[in-house]
Unconditional design. Sequence first.
Lengths: 113, 113
Amino acid sequence: DVKVTQSSRYLVKRTGEKVFLECVQDMDHENMFWYRQDPGLGLRLIYFSYDVKMKEKGDIPEGYSVSREKKERFSLILESASTNQTSMYLCASRLAGAKNIQYFGAGTRLSVL
Amino acid sequence: DQQVKQNSPSLSVQEGRISILNCDYTNSMFDYFLWYKKYPAEGPTFLISISSIKDKNEDGRFTVFLNKSAKHLSLHIVPSQPGDSAVYFCAASAKSSGDKLTFGTGTRLAVRP
């Protein structure tokens, strides 16, 4: 079974703080993704990575950056957290070249006060 | 611009009856479609998928139908069980867009015992 682990289930941060959300997958998947889920908006893609050291902007990258130094780990960084970044953040991974099925972590609920 | 739409935010069905969840899309380049199920406080889990070369795919109680001319897909759950109560997201991807998934806004299904 694919396991995608997000380091925190709940986080509370203050406006202006730098925030790191960590994601680790154990199935040697090349592709990894970060989404945020908001009521009425579904899942929206923030950033993704096709392989180590690679990163691509998704649909809503503003205010975020990512890091992929190792294949199994994909970090989402909020450079200066703002209240409109309060959301559920979901990490996913996918095996490149296989069926286009992404496997998700349990999510991190971030509150920015 | 919402390319994948789930127009029913919620659906309530009696246990044992059929649940039909609907999804419409606008991008004719989409060639792979998926349904995910999400319980509260968990990440989405893959349920079933269909390629654009097919019009039906069945897996146990779950069947996905694709009508390309109408740009419409549906998920049928028969018979519905209380454990099926969750939020269901449809998603679509196109090889021309690097297989990124575009998600709908979700439909909350409640199966009444």
